[in-house]
Each structure stands twice: as structure tokens, then as C-alpha cells.
Design a binder for this molecule. Sequence first.
Ligand SMILES: C[S@@+](CC[C@H](N)C(=O)[O-])C[C@H]1O[C@@H](n2cnc3c(N)ncnc32)[C@H](O)[C@@H]1O
Length: 196
Amino acid sequence: MQKLSNSIQLAHCLLKDRLNEAKIIVDATAGNGNDTLFLAQNALNNAQIYAFDIQKEAIENTKALLIKNKDNINLPLENISFIHDSHENIDNYIQTKIDIAIFNLGYLPGGDHKFTTKDDTTLKTIDKILNNLNINGYVAIVMYPGHEEGSKEYQSIKLFVKDLPKKSFTVGWYKMINHNFNAPALCWIEKVGEYA
Ligand SMILES: C[S@@+](CC[C@H](N)C(=O)[O-])C[C@H]1O[C@@H](n2cnc3c(N)ncnc32)[C@H](O)[C@@H]1O
């Protein structure tokens, strides 16, 4: 398993420790449900997971994957909310503080590219989550600069996170230095102090 050349696996590694303590967990882009399944397999049995996607099919695929694996997850299925809506409406669904969020951006491999994530809504959601993140909470963002919308999103996220105040957040940026510029990249954010 080559963890360092796979930004998703690296994101999972970073999130795994925090999942031992997290109560409120967000998968902002459910897709086929692989990230939601990872979260459910490592979460506390009383955690609550919220999985968002704008595609009904993605929500159905995610739900089906979790049902199929219901005996191999750590929490009851009822603790997972499958939400067919844009993540930018997150505040309609979660009013409490958030401990962990993951964004696996772009479009579904083999899916319709018109359903790709867009920089304006992604940034709006990241900002909402950062405002509502518990101290010691984590956000992982996997980005795909290899397509036009993904490249725009990558640049916008970079500009946004580099100016986050360091008294409130520690921000890491992972890019493989000996790979093509278009290789997937990872941004991770840890909340270390109040953010107003
Ligand atoms: C790369 S896929 C996610 C992969 C997924 N996490 C998995 O494990 O299979 C990106 C997903 O983001 C979804 N998406 C795009 N814009 C969105 C939005 N504004 N809110 C929520 N989901 C969105 C797409 O429909 C697509 O399913």
C-alpha cells in the first residue's frame, strides 16, 4: 500500500486518530460512499455522521455501501444521515459543533462532470465548517487540479487557507514534489484556537 502517493489514504491516516474522540463527523462529498464507510468503520459508536451529495444516485450508492457493511461499522446505521443536498446548506442540518470533516472534491470517476464541486460553494462550506469546528477538530480536503474546474478550485482553496490566522488554525498542504503538477493534493486544517 503506497500511502504517500495516495492523498485519500493519507487523509484517512490523519483523520483516524481524531475519530477516536469525534462526535460530529461530516463527509461533504459522499460520492460512492468510500469515505463515509471509512469514517463509520473508525468512529465511536455514539458518533453522528452526516454525508452530503448533490446527486441522488451518489446518496443511494453511499447508503447501499453502508447497509452492505452494516456488520463491519462501529456505529448504528441510524447514526448516519444521508443528505441529498449541497454541502453549502450544511447549517440547515447541523447546528452543533463539528469535530471532523472530509472533502473529496471533483466528480465521481466515470460520472457526469457537470456534478463536479465548484470553488465558490466549496469555499463557502469550508468557511462555515471552520467557524463551527471544535478546537482540535480536523478538516481534510482532497483536491484534483488535473481538470479545469479542479484546478480553479485548487488555486482558490490555496489562496483562502494560506491566510487563515495561525492562532486559530494549523494548515498543512501536501503535494508530491516529484510527481506531475496535476496529481491529487491534500490540504488539512486543524483548529487550534477560537476563530471569530
Ligand atoms: C470525488 S467524488 C467523492 C468521492 C466519495 N467521497 C467516495 O468515497 O466515493 C465528488 C462528489 O462530490 C459531489 N458534489 C459536487 N458538488 C457538491 C456539493 N455542492 N455538495 C455536495 N456534494 C457535491 C459529486 O456529486 C460527487 O459525487
